[in-house]
Every structure is written in structure tokens, then in C-alpha cells.
Design a protein around this ligand. Sequence first.
Ligand code: MRU
Length: 357
Amino acid sequence: MREKMLAAEQITALKWQDKQLWLLDQRVLPLSQSWLSYQSATEVAQAISDMVVRGAPAIGIAAAYGVLLSVQQQRTNPDWKLAVAADIQQLAASRPTAVNLFWALEKMQAALLPAATAAEAESLCLTAALGIHQADREANLRMAELGLQLIQQGCDAPQQLLTHCNTGALATGGFGTALGVIRAAYHAGLVSLVHVDETRPWLQGSRLTAWELAQEQLPVSLNIDGAAAHLLREGDITWVIVGADRITAAGDVANKIGTYALAVLARYHDVKFMVVAPSSTIDMSIESGADIPIEQRAAAELLQVAGQPVAAAVPAFNPVFDVTPAKLIDAIVTELGVVERPNLAKMQALMGRTALH
Ligand code: MRU
């Protein structure tokens, strides 16, 4: 099983090579596979804002390498600490919702703390950034095993699953969170079909998830987001499985816009709803999902397709995440364990009552 899962790592969103960060440009997938190289934190912050790299864990990993690039660049600057701190601020301002970004920056700041010289800081940062990347790969493996157990408990026949956005190798340091569980279930003979929401407006589902699954010959069917109610009423889907950008201490989940609607639909149609995310996505400093900052992106994402105007010239509302309340979630799967029917006490028990952020 592990070997089959690791084969999915042939697809990767980012790599550290020749003292540079390399990102697979997700804006142009699947039509072209183009690797871009980055030498500074400013460039990495821009790449995160522009969604060259996206998906909560991948954003955190890219930001960690961004701090390493900053330290490398400031090697000969006597005021390197101030310059690196300014770069960290820039990286923190790149996108607001995925807490993995801030989690990774805090880890990098802590790693830097004991450094007396920039050379020392560079070596500490390299170890920390590679560690964050590797820990995410390992978390993916553990979550895949735990999520698979949940699916097996319900039924041991091949099933239909539905997912939203992209939570695979392109969104993480490994082979994925929700998509990792789906991959594991497929390799265990438990998947007859994966329904993939197109995921308007950026099309993470049709451009990225469908591409990842097709590369591995998983059975995939693409649908527009608005078809989910119709599909779930048919009664053939057993689980909706999604990722997360930020999970509060009470178990509320911010994820790609449209996730909340799916959770309401799943509950109405008696379909189980699973959220898969590493503990770096859990923000114990916030209890209510209402306090999660929701990113709004440009109206052009709705008014244009591939740069061509397609809509009436009107104002457009484009929040790119929404919040699903804990009470609509059957299970949150993390590498630390599974929380069924999440609430504050259960999330605190999972996280050892620690405030991470
Ligand atoms: O705007 P994006 O593409 O960064 O949004 C990504 C998502 O919402 C994913 O579902 C989430 O980050 C989990 S990725 C493992």
C-alpha cells in the first residue's frame, strides 16, 4: 500500500534544488508543466499571492523556503536580522486564510532564534525548512491510513466518493490530505468512482485534481459545483472528503468556497462528511469559525475566463473560502488522530490543550 501511495509523489508542487526554490506553475496546469525558480522571499510571497503555488500545506512549505532564501540573500548584511524580519512580514501578507503559512513562519522564526551569525542562521533554516517539508509528507501517509480505516468501517465494497478543490500532491509536500485518503481507499479496492467538483472560479478540481487522478488511472468523473445536490440525492456517494485551510479549536473548518454548501447537502442526504488536514492547519487560538479571515480575490476571476471577458460588467463577490460549522462534520482526520463529531473538548484533547498560534 505505502509503495503505491508513494508512487503518487511523482507529481510534486515544489522542490529545493541548487539553493533555489522551484515551483510547478499551477496557473497553467494541466495544459503545460512549467517549473519556475525563486531566489528571494519577495518573489516567493508574490508566487503565493498569484497562486503559482497554492493549497494550505504547500503554501506553508513554500513560505519556509522563502525564509531560507531571505537568510541566504542577507548573508553579508550586518543587519541581516532586521532584513529577514521584514521578509517574514512580506511572506505573512501573501494570503490570509491558510494558517499553515503563519505556522510555518513561526517555526522558521523559532529556528532562527539561537543564530548568532547569518551563516549559522542559514544552516538552521535549511534544516528547519527541509524538516517542515518532510513532516508534511509523513503526515500525509498517516492521515491516509487513518482516513482509510474510517471508510472501511462503513463499508468494505467499492464506493463512490466526492471531493472539492485540490488537496493532492499539488497542494502538499506529499501525495495529499483528502486526496491522499481517496488514493489509499482506491488502492484498497474501495473506490468505484471519484466525483470531482469543478471548483469555480479557479478550477482547482477540473485543472488539478482531475489531472492528478487521471495520471494514476483512478476512475474520475468531473461535475460542475452546482451538480453536487443532484449527485448526492442519487444515493450512490458514501463520503464527501475535503481538506482544510484553517480549523478552529471548536472544530469549525475554513476550506475552499463551496465546502459549506457540500456539508449542508451531505447532512441533508445522509452522506458522511470527512475533513482531512495536518495539525499545522489547526488554529487553537480561534474558537469560532466566524473569526477566520476569509480571503476575497479579484472580481476578474469571475468576470473573465482565460483572460477573456465573459460576464456583464457588474461588481462581483469573490470570497475564496467559506466556513463549515463543526456540527456538520462527521470526522476530522489529522496525523495525530481522528476526531469524530468535533467539538472544543475533543479538539483540545487531540492537540494536548496547547495553543499553537
Ligand atoms: O485557494 P487554494 O487553491 O489555495 O485553496 C485550497 C483549498 O481550499 C484546499 O482545499 C486546502 O488548502 C487543503 S489542501 C491540502
